[in-house]
Write a protein that binds this ligand. Structure first.
Ligand code: PMP
Length: 449
């Protein structure tokens, strides 16, 4: 890659973004009055080295910003818009449900249908609902602790399972440290972090016999897209069983890559499984499935009704809006009408088109980059071979280059964002959308070759 060309391009693209096509400047300047760092959620500011796009609306595979710029959405809101923007069955279900009341703190019939649909799809017997995948993982950790009578949790380096304290650590020189400020130092006492694809390290982490839960994605999606090596999942299951540790698979992201998740596609046998993001077509919902055996811990408490301030014999789960009628109606529509087997056949086909096009563009430009793909999600690494673990992914990463690609694509009406790049198609994408993306990224690879 020609670094002089990259630098010149970066300056030109930033100028184009800021001056040539001003984006939401009024919103951007007003936001600083009411929002720290000028964005509704402060981390959004870290993500971009330019003012945020303020979105107006979206439909299918596209969205528009406040100034009317149109984007082909290849980020799909970190997989949470996998149903496509404003998917018609979800819109219909949500409108009907809102008009009929959306929150009762009582179960609606849709909750039954959704639990049955999830059980059938992901092969876990019993289901519970939350409002996000973070909360689903939070409850899964608690259930595992109750079930095993142990405290410790093992996760993989480069993981992200949401902002739940038990997993918010990083590993540096073999020591686990809090990942952010605002976390008590003690959280690290209960957390072990090991490299993905390293069964020896997993064995060492489990060997003391004090680990309640090993929480993993089937393929890691938050440090690039890291695929498990042959035998890795078999080894994980064997080791967790041998050491009395429960195994939870987080399919929040990977559920977009296969109709019944990678758990079913790869024949995995977790004790718990979490989902979220796209399963209610953009309406907040998280859920977790359990085996019958694990679900036993949610038995009715012996000690009668809870009163705040008194110790209570029940696992710490729940929330007022969990399983609200709106989330349930949206999930019913999403699962039964949008996330169909046919839809996944199409997204896998487009995923292949994506990966083949990316590889062709990279080859044409002679760049030493590589591509991983599964189903609807592809990822390009700035290294000749896809890494096996997060350390390899970090070594191969180049945040400056990523920022430039994001800007370059945005200037050409393509949105690919996130901490890690890597395009994902939604159920609403077409072959033409993928071709538009490949044209833009192909132009980039040629420009820096
Ligand atoms: N699990 C995984 C694998 C994720 O990537 C994320 C979010 N990126 C979460 C859980 C948490 O999802 P949410 O922020 O919707 O709670």
């Amino acid at each position: 890659m020609d670094l002089a060309k990259v630098e010149a391009l970066a300056a030109a693209e930033a100028k184009w973004f800021r001056d040539g096509r001003p984006r939401s400047m009024e919103a951007t300047s007003r936001a600083v009055e009411t929002m720290p760092r000028g964005v509704p959620v402060s981390w959004m500011d870290e993500l971009y080295d330019h003012p945020p796009l303020w979105v107006s609306h979206g439909t299918g595979s596209r969205f528009w910003d406040l100034d009317g710029h149109e984007y082909v959405d290849m980020y799909i809101a970190d997989m949470s818009a996998f149903c496509g923007h404003a998917a018609a069955p979800v819109v219909r279900a949500v409108c009907e449900r809102v008009a009929a009341g959306s929150q009762f703190l009582l179960p609606s019939q849709d909750a039954l249908i959704v639990a049955e649909a999830l059980a059938q799809r992901y092969g876990m017997a019993k289901w519970q609902f939350t409002l996000s995948a973070t909360q689903a993982n939070t409850e899964v950790v608690r259930i595992a602790r109750v079930r095993t009578g142990r405290q410790k949790v093992v996760v993989f380096d480069g993981k992200y399972h949401g902002h739940l304290e038990p997993t918010l650590g990083i590993v540096e020189d073999g020591r686990v440290l809090p990942e952010y400020t605002g976390l008590p130092a003690e959280i690290t006492a209960h957390l072990r972090i090991v490299p993905f694809n390293d069964l020896d390290a997993v064995e060492r982490a489990l060997a003391p016999g004090d680990v309640a839960l090993l929480l993993t994605e089937p393929a890691m999606t938050n440090a690039g897209f890291l695929l498990p090596g042959p035998g890795f999942h078999d080894g994980l299951r064997e080791l967790t069983r041998r050491h009395g540790t429960l195994l939870a698979i987080d399919e929040t992201h990977t559920l977009v890559t296969a109709h019944s998740g990678l758990t079913t596609e790869w024949g995995l046998e977790p004790d718990l499984l979490t989902v979220g993001k796209s399963i209610a077509g953009g309406v907040p919902l998280g859920a977790y499935g359990m085996t019958d055996e694990v679900a036993e811990v949610l038995r009715p408490p012996a000690g009668g009704a809870a009163v705040s301030g008194i110790a209570y014999d029940e696992v710490a789960t729940g929330g007022t809006l969990f399983a609200n009628a709106l989330s349930m109606a949206a999930a019913r529509a999403a699962l039964t009408e949008v996330l169909t087997p046919e839809a996944f056949i199409n997204t896998a086909r487009l995923g292949h088109q994506l990966a083949a096009g990316l590889r062709a563009g990279i080859d044409r430009a002679g760049l030493p980059w590589s591509v991983n793909v599964h189903g609807s999600h592809a990822f390009y690494f700035f290294s000749p071979e896809p890494p096996r673990d997060a350390r390899g992914a970090r070594d191969a990463d180049d945040p400056g280059l990523r920022a430039l690609i994001r800007l370059f694509l945005a200037n050409r009406g393509v949105w690919e964002s996130g901490w890690w790049l890597g395009p994902t198609v939604s159920v609403a994408h077409t072959s033409q959308d993928v071709a538009a993306y490949l044209d833009a990224i192909g132009e980039f690879t040629q420009a820096v070759a």
